[in-house]
Design a binder for this molecule. Structure first.
Ligand SMILES: *Cc1c(COP(=O)(O)O)cnc(C)c1O
Length: 356
């Protein structure tokens, strides 16, 4: 398949940033992948070109009606120099569920993974080597008809860009405080919550801004109808350990089905722990806390892998979980997942894909 991808390498390689100060999503590599879709021609002209701006007509569909979806995954460099991806097919399968929901054309999963591999391989010198760093991969699809009518576009672009990113926890995994959002909601059943649709994130920024002003790192989202059942934490899935049982909200349509979430559920079951995917209300959670039964809380996602929750504020009721310390289960999950991702642990589950 990769033979089909035309490659034009840059004549002006960029200076690479200082690996100690990468942050997240600030620097981009020398190249990008792009291919076009038009009705009748399907996806065509897959190519890798020097990283560059897009030129878009001001009437371009995506700028007005937001047919835009994205993915987020990482390439890791192992200590013995192997380039590893973590379950990349899952991301391509999710792109297609997102595409379908937004009336956008789907992409061949194997070809998508091949495009990612080809681009990462070309820019492999950009994968940072400092412990905990990685190369963030951002595939996305946008609608490109220069037309102001409200309808699905007939043309699209699938683009992949790469960004070297710093360690999420330079000082080691640590808990964060979370504001339970009482008014604004992220998604409703029947809406677009299960898709990584750009508009979901624009809609979430108001609550995020309010929480940040109050001194909280993220918001805990409640369901869009009763504002009662727990959905997600920021752009992460959420887990609670109550009396030895690990509970995570079930995928009801408004929750993003995370690859990390799926991997965490698998690992917990593999370790013989009790895991439930079910509705859990904020009342049930605070009650469990009052009874001394809430043992751990943590978010899961590609960026942080595991993000322990140390404090929750729900309408000015504050609870501190596990003395604001990272719990045992959160720690074990973090060590296991990053161990597999960076190739330090044997991958018994066939989750990693090596780029050769
Ligand atoms: C991307 C994302 C997640 C986490 O998904 P992963 O595949 O684990 O990275 C969770 N919730 C939301 C809203 C997201 O956008």
């Amino acid at each position: 398949m990769s033979a089909q991808i035309k490659i034009e390498t840059t004549k002006h390689p960029k200076l690479k940033p200082d690996q100690k100060n990468l942050g997240f999503g600030k620097y981009f590599t020398d190249h990008m992948f792009i291919m076009d879709y038009s009705e009748g021609k399907s996806w065509h002209e897959p190519r890798i070109i020097p990283y560059q701006p897009l030129v878009l007509d001001p009437a371009t569909s995506v700028l007005h009606y937001g047919q835009a979806i994205f993915e987020g995954m990482k390439a890791y460099l192992s200590t013995d120099g192997r380039m590893l991806l973590f379950r990349p097919r899952r991301n391509m399968e999710r792109i297609n569920r997102s595409d379908d929901r937004m009336c956008m054309p789907t992409i061949d999963v194997d070809f998508g993974v091949e495009a990612i591999k080809t681009l990462v391989k070309l820019d492999k010198d950009w994968i940072p080597t400092v412990v905990g760093t990685s190369l963030y991969i951002r595939p996305f699809v946008i609608s490109t008809d220069p037309f102001l009518g409200v309808r699905a576009s007939n043309t699209y672009k699938f683009i992949i860009i790469l960004s070297p990113v710093g360690a999420y926890y330079p000082q080691g995994i640590a808990p964060v405080n979370i504001y339970v959002e009482p008014e604004y909601v992220r998604a409703v059943r029947g809406g677009t919550g299960f898709a990584k649709a750009a508009g979901n994130y624009a809609g979430g920024m108001k609550a995020q801004t309010i929480a940040a002003k109050k001194g909280y790192v993220q918001v805990l989202w409640l369901d869009g109808i009763e504002r009662k059942y727990i959905e997600e934490v920021g752009a992460m899935n959420v887990f609670f350990k109550v009396k030895g049982e690990v509970i995570t909200p079930d995928l009801s349509g408004s929750i993003l089905p995370g690859v990390t979430r799926e991997s965490v559920i698998f690992l917990l079951k593999h370790w013989g722990m009790k895991v439930s995917e079910r509705k859990i209300s904020i009342h049930e959670l605070f009650e469990a806390y009052q009874k001394g039964e809430l043992e751990e809380a943590f978010g899961t996602g590609t960026a942080a892998v595991i993000s322990p929750i140390g404090e929750l504020n729900w309408n000015e009721h504050r609870i501190v979980i596990n003395n604001n310390k990272t719990g045992e289960v959160a720690h074990k999950l973090y060590d296991t997942l990053t161990g597999i991702q960076y190739g330090r642990f044997k991958d018994e589950f066939g989750w990693t894909v090596e780029i050769k």
